[in-house]
Design a protein around this ligand. Sequence first.
Ligand SMILES: [Zn+2]
Length: 163
Amino acid sequence: MEDGKKKGGIYSRTDASKVNLTDEEWKEVLPKEVFNIAREKGTEWAFTGKYWNSKESGTYYCAACGNPLFVSDAKFESSCGWPSFFQPLTKTSVIYAPDNTHGMHRTEVLCGRCKSHLGHVFDDGPPPTGLRYCINSVILDFEKAQEANEQYQQDKANDKAYE
Ligand SMILES: [Zn+2]
């Protein structure tokens, strides 16, 4: 069911064009728990997400729009209970906004393509950046390196077929 929703929506791992949907439209295309994080800036409980402890090699995509966000090479073991990265995939993968809610001064991290809320970035991370991108698992789609490579080979084969 989740896949069906994605296919009908704006989900794409190759289309970099910006996504601008209203909350009503997002509600139509996103599963409830994703909507809560992405659009209502919710936070999943620590140590409950599916990726906080994952060490698999691959790429993390925005679960709302498919934008590639992080690679496992930049993921590190953090005791905070959420998937933690020291840098995004590219400079434009994510955007930032000041967040002064809950009596704290934090920097919010949003998807660079669809502006979904991802999590926050803190300056207590490891080298080389010293940053800790603390991201909700719910808003991440993970693809193992092996699968991504197979998909790439398949796409290449398909491209050939069109030539
Ligand atoms: Zn996105």
